[in-house]
Design a protein around this ligand. Structure first.
Ligand code: DOR
Length: 434
């Protein structure tokens, strides 16, 4: 018979509830209070003096590359990066080889995540077969499979055909699904578009990716959400114009949610001046005016959540001329530090707000009932312990991801994950895999 694991977390700052000890037993929070006597039968103690406890972080948008591109990332290595980043649940996008467009493919992702055992890996189902944008994938079979798929996305590609988008929205309503849209009109920003369209793209001779290509899809999709009564989620919002549309739609009561990436909250388009493909991402980095609008929108709730769009790429796909390199950046290990630095450091969000945008709301959007829960007796012990005062200098060589396309390399950020606990079991201690 296996022994029930008892974990004691001493003196963590439970935002709003002050400094408390947490006793965790059998994966659940068993007691909260001053447990100074040291309850009997404790197997492990974490000294959490000065650390903030948040519900385990949830990332609605990651690319784990397995199956098909295990040279860039695997479900195991991506899970490790997630745990280091303070995450207890992540959603794995469908743009793998083969595409996650069947129940079998979704169950395989789920099972590989369980095997890795560091974080709950929840598959995103493709909207269309092969991400081709034409025929709907096995939406119902994926939803009713063991993988219980609720989030559908052709991410990497836009569901550009309005008729297909309307159909999928009508279809997923039956099982409270949500469609996460990669908003990019393919005629206004085609496959070669790689730099925010403006003076800089002209000067650098790079094909422009104008904000309007995102905004018209966001505008169309919120109208389709209104028309169908379904939920639409806007992936990686990158422009002030998209924020305006989403703000309007929410005011109408339309069921739209939106995410912003850490990179779009901090990095600006001028970084591509040196043609370093590390800074190539889709949608592209934008000017400071957009970045500031995104920060304000996250602070006021117009943008609901932060999601990383963790997009590992092998060297041989990234180390090319800017225009030929694969778009994407690592994000899982650094997300909390970036949000801490840019949002908490500036006073735009407090830690309770970080819990909302990085745990509570993403769990709710994805329908993950065991995550994003209050830190309270009887709840699953999915937790992240954060040192708000720690200063880290990001070193891409220290990453547990298999890829090195890390735009944060060399940056000093304030705020760092110290420990992650998945259902009462530490996956990360003192910032390293447990
Ligand atoms: O930069 C990106 N990389 N944006 C996407 O939408 C897809 C992602 C990827 O899969 O590499």
């Amino acid at each position: 018979m296996s022994h029930v694991m008892n974990l004691l977390i001493k003196g963590a700052d439970l935002v709003g509830a002050g400094r408390q000890d947490l006793l965790i037993s059998g994966g659940l929070i068993a007691e909260i209070g001053t447990l100074d006597a040291g309850p009997a039968g404790v197997d492990q103690t974490i000294e959490a003096d000065g650390l903030i406890a948040l519900p385990g972080l949830v990332d609605l948008h990651t690319h784990l590359r397995e199956p098909g591109r295990e040279d860039a990332e695997t479900i195991a290595s991506g899970s490790a990066a997630a745990a280091i980043g303070g995450f207890t649940a992540i959603l794995a996008m469908a743009n793998t080889t083969p595409v996650t467009d069947t129940a079998e493919a979704a169950e395989r992702v789920l099972d590989l995540g369980r095997l890795a055992g560091l974080v709950d890996v929840q598959p995103v189902g493709a909207v269309t077969k092969g991400l081709a944008g034409e025929e709907l994938a096995e939406l119902g079979l994926m939803a009713h499979s063991r993988a219980n798929v609720r989030v559908f996305s052709d991410d990497g590609h836009c569901v550009a055909d309005a008729r297909v988008m309307r159909r999928v929205l009508e279809y997923v309503r039956a099982f409270d699904g949500v469609v996460s849209q990669h908003a990019q009109d393919p005629k206004l920003a085609d496959g070669r578009a790689c730099c925010h369209e403006g003076e800089l793209s002209g000067r650098l001779g790079l094909p422009g990716w104008p904000g309007i290509a995102e905004e018209i899809i966001v505008a169309r999709d919120v109208m389709l959400a209104r028309h169908t009564g379904s939920r639409v989620h806007v992936a990686h919002v990158s422009t002030a114009g998209s924020v305006e549309v989403i703000r309007w739609a929410k005011a109408q009561g339309i069921a739209v949610t939106a995410e912003v990436t850490p990179h779009h909250l901090m990095l600006t388009t001028d970084l591509v001046t040196g043609y370093d493909p590390t800074f190539k991402v889709n949608p592209p980095l934008r000017p400071i005016e957009d970045v500031e609008a995104l920060r304000a929108a996250l602070a006021d709730g117009t943008i609901d959540i932060v999601a990383t769009d963790h997009a590992p790429h092998a060297r041989h796909d990234k180390e090319h001329a800017f225009i030929d390199a694969s778009p994407g950046m690592l994000g899982l290990e650094t997300a909390l530090s970036v949000v801490s630095d840019v949002m908490v450091g500036s006073g735009l969000l407090d830690w309770a707000g970080v819990a909302q945008v990085m745990s509570v709301r993403p769990a709710r959007i994805a329908g993950l009932s065991g995550h994003g829960r209050p830190i309270a007796v009887g709840e699953p012990a999915n937790l992240t312990l954060i040192d708000p005062a720690a200063t880290v200098t990001v070193d891409r060589e220290a990453s547990v991801s298999l890829s090195r396309n890390n735009p944060w390399h060399g940056r000093r950020l304030t705020g760092a994950v110290q420990a992650t606990v998945l259902r009462g079991v530490p996956t990360v201690l003192k910032g390293a895999l447990a």
